[in-house]
Design a binder for this molecule. Structure first.
Ligand code: COA
Length: 229
């Protein structure tokens, strides 16, 4: 009962028309977090404001839904668009990471126990952009620093017939995946459960479970491995 009351007291909600009430703004300011919203029907749930430090959230659009239960430090979240969803599960931990959705109807999810630990001069980037897309990161993954994960190339390419040949495409990263420093994970990529992406690799395709992939473009160099934190 007491736990439920404390949880409710710590939670942050936006009003129906999107502006944060004064109590929310005070709570965020107390823990040096910043929130800017413009739009209607945006929803923000943070289980505990205390879990976050120097978190900056900027929402422009309508009907976006953010559920931030993990620990977020020196991290920014930027949404420009409508009906998007960001979910960071409890016990996930992100530092120096920029999470952006510049699209409509898109989603970024980081599951429980995953760590994404950027550095001040080598932050990590999670980006969903362009056409609606999903960027999903499973449970207990370990992301190093300087990593970019993008569901879009950010600029359209057209062939001679005028067909758009590089639309945004979903990225799915399974449970217990290790991503080495300075990797790029591009649109349409998939990493199976327990896979490892070697340092400075560029991934554009699918890598099967428990494989190590390396290089540009990343290719499998070993199979059936297990790794420990
Ligand atoms: C993925 C990794 C663990 C593989 O280690 P390993 O199993 O000992 O692999 P090896 O060093 O024996 O290399 C096997 C082959 O893959 C190649 N290779 C390894 N890492 C590579 C990389 N990042 N890019 C391209 N090729 C790579 C090696 O050159 C070797 O090729 P060869 O057989 O033609 O000689 C290691 O290379 C790596 O990238 N570690 C990530 C470190 C990191 O980012 N740490 C941050 C802390 S979270």
């Amino acid at each position: 009962m007491l736990r439920a009351i404390l949880k409710k007291a710590a939670a942050v909600e936006l009003t129906a028309h999107g502006t944060p009430p004064i109590s929310t703004r005070l709570k965020l300011a107390l823990f040096r977090n910043r929130l800017r919203t413009r739009g209607q029907r945006n929803r923000l749930q943070m289980a505990s404001v205390r879990a976050h430090r120097h978190l900056s959230i900027n929402i422009q659009g309508d009907g976006n839904d953010l559920c931030l239960n993990g620990e977020l430090r020196d991290t920014s979240i930027n949404i420009q668009g409508s009906n998007n969803r960001i979910r960071i599960d409890a016990t996930a931990c992100l530092t120096w990471t920029d999470i952006s959705i510049l699209a409509n109807d898109s989603e970024i999810t980081v599951a429980a126990g995953t760590t994404i630990l950027g550095k001040p001069n080598q932050p990590n980037v999670l980006l969903a952009r362009g056409e609606p897309s999903r960027l999903t990161i499973g449970r207990e993954c370990m992301f190093s620093y300087g990593i970019e994960v993008r569901t879009s190339d950010s600029h359209p390419i057209f062939d001679a017939q005028g067909t758009h040949i590089n639309p945004s495409s979903d990225i799915a990263i399974g449970d217990r995946v290790w991503v080495g420093t300075r990797c790029m994970i591009l649109k349409g990529s998939q990493l199976g459960q327990g896979a490892i992406l070697a340092a400075a690799s560029v991934l554009t395709r699918e890598i099967s479970a428990r494989a190590i992939a390396a290089g540009i473009p990343a290719k499998v160099i070993r199979e059936n491995v297990q790794w420990k934190r």
